[in-house]
Design a protein around this ligand. Structure first.
Ligand SMILES: [Zn+2]
Length: 543
């Protein structure tokens, strides 16, 4: 009886192996990216394992009492069928491991399929001959793997304890008190980062189906740098690099309110919150600052802001964190087991569309959240420096560019989001014009990195149109848009020298100090500073 219980517990635990993994990943790194940790997912997976254990154990006890050979055979067949879920779960987890992929490449997929078919045939033969070798082997393996239950529950308990302890400490940094606005200084900078805005697709090789009049209109009155490149390819370290002026080559979430930055030599790590940044120096120079963004928990990290708002995912494993009760989360987790196990069935397609829709819905919420917060900041005359970090055109596609409206359809893609970014810029401009602030404000429009087709290819929301686009454009293009409109600027100035946009921080400070008032002076400044590499951060150059 006890052995039955152990077998049931081990099987139930392994059945949820992919769900466990997802919940744990979210607790490792994800709490940095969310409003609050997803305790419901943690509780739900534990309850699910215990519930399934009871069901399996109860069924085994009942079957022990039955003497019918038909019932016995059916029970054994069902037991073997149930093993498919943990086996396929383990396979999909292994598939994400480098060594497992190498092994697979070595033997070929055909080999793996042949192995699966052979094992299945052996199990069937075993069943048909009323022998129990397969069942016995499976039972022994399940008993041997049962300590895994203790590991998973132990980990869950530790995360629960650990995060309950630290969550309370991870609050937003207090906002800095508003400094009196200097009457004689009218300098204002609005720095707009459109996440994943691609230079080539937006300006050089714009597809004919794409209309970006606002980007063109801004470009016609800006300094347009045609050879700018971003400090990194990922928002995770590119945004901190832009804000601090220090090139980070990688980053890792350290806690709910801290990101570890790996500097150029990779040997040196530094906590993001300890680095001086563009807002620190702007404030020292007497300017109030504001930020509205997404992805990073900016408000938990950056000090010296007088206004701050961040849109975080506040969801995780099942995409619905914080919106479902424990019981609903349990059902959601259970309903995911089958589609994960059996690929290529109708249910799989529905499941995929459901996931895409959820993802798009959330992305739209993030976008609207940032756009709403931005509307206030860009017309707040007390703010001398405002950073807006929009979640578009970063995929998933949430816009229908042909009908000019939001959509959650699977066909909406990166190109649609490019047009949405253009419309967003148009609105921002309109609001500033209405407030009579557009002409006198310095506006910088850029991005944290270009479009990363290779990163999104094959992802759930990837579309045939994007695949087609990739096949038509040649090598990756690292350039990013960099449009800088000075106060009162009416004409286009082209800047064709290459530079890393990590110098943005210094450039903005020079602009705030009033040192650069004409396109010619900006161009001269760029010529002088573009060669500078920023391996190390020094505070003196920023004074
Ligand atoms: Zn990004």
């Amino acid at each position: 009886m006890f052995k039955d219980f152990i077998v049931a517990l081990s099987l139930a635990n392994l059945t949820f192996i992919t769900i466990w993994e997802e919940v744990f990943i979210d607790f490792y790194e994800g709490t940095y990216f969310v409003d609050f940790p997803d305790y419901n997912s943690l509780k739900a997976v534990m309850f699910n394992v215990l519930l399934l254990t009871l069901i399996l154990w109860g069924a085994m006890r009942l079957l022990r009492k039955s003497t019918s050979p038909v019932v016995q055979l059916a029970a054994r067949a069902l037991f073997l069928l149930l093993l498919i879920i943990p086996l396929s779960g383990a396979a999909s987890l292994l598939y994400s491991k480098f060594w497992a992929i190498s092994l697979l490449n070595l033997f070929g997929k055909g080999c793996l399929v042949a192995l699966g078919v052979t094992l299945g045939a052996l199990a069937l033969y075993d069943l048909a001959c009323a022998r129990r070798y397969t069942i016995r082997v499976a039972t022994v393996v399940l008993v041997l793997l049962s300590p895994f239950v203790v590991i998973q529950f132990g980990k869950a308990a530790w995360f629960w304890y650990e995060h309950t302890e630290t969550v309370a400490l991870a609050k937003d940094k207090p906002l800095a008190p508003t400094l009196p606005t200097k009457d004689n200084v009218k300098l204002r900078i609005v720095w707009v980062v459109f996440d994943e805005l691609d230079y080539r697709l937006a300006f050089i090789k714009r597809p004919s189906s794409l209309r970006l009049p606002e980007f063109d209109r801004l470009r016609a009155q800006s300094i347009d740098a045609s050879q700018a490149f971003s400090p990194g390819d990922f928002t995770l370290y590119s945004m901190p690099s832009l804000i601090t002026g220090v090139v980070a080559k990688a980053a890792s979430a350290h806690s709910r309110d801290e990101l570890l930055l790996f500097l150029r030599d990779k040997e040196k790590t530094v906590r993001w919150s300890t680095l001086p940044n563009v807002f620190t120096f702007a404030r020292k120079a007497g300017f109030n600052t504001g930020l509205a963004g997404w992805f990073h928990p900016y408000c938990r990290i950056i000090r010296d802001l007088t206004a701050c708002s961040t849109q975080l995912r506040h969801w995780s494993a099942n995409g619905l964190n914080g919106r479902l009760t424990v019981v609903e989360t349990m059902l959601e987790q259970a309903s995911e087991l089958l589609p994960r196990t059996v690929p290529f069935v109708d249910q799989q397609i529905e499941y995929k569309n459901h996931k895409i829709r959820l993802e798009k819905q959330r992305h739209l919420e993030l976008h609207l959240g940032v756009a709403n917060a931005a509307q206030e900041l860009i017309v707040d005359r007390s703010l001398g420096l405002v950073l807006i970090h929009y979640p578009v055109p970063h995929p998933p596609g949430i816009y229908d560019r042909r009908q000019d409206k939001f959509t959650f359809e699977p066909a909406a893609n990166y190109l649609d989001n490019l047009q949405l970014a253009d419309r967003t810029l148009g609105k921002l401009r309109h609001v500033m014009e209405e407030a009579k602030l557009w002409d006198d404000t310095i506006v910088l429009v850029t991005t944290d990195h270009p479009w990363r087709a290779e990163f999104f290819r094959g992802k759930l929301h990837w579309t045939p149109e994007e695949e087609d686009l990739v096949s038509h454009i040649s090598a990756p293009d690292r350039r990013v848009p960099y449009l800088l409109k000075l106060a009162g600027q009416k004409q286009l100035y082209s800047y064709r020298q290459e530079f890393n946009t990590v110098i943005t921080q210094e450039l903005l400070l020079a602009l705030l100090r009033g040192e650069l008032t004409h396109p010619e002076s900006v161009v001269r400044w760029l010529d002088q500073h573009r060669a500078t590499t920023h391996d190390n951060f020094s505070t003196e150059r920023l004074q």
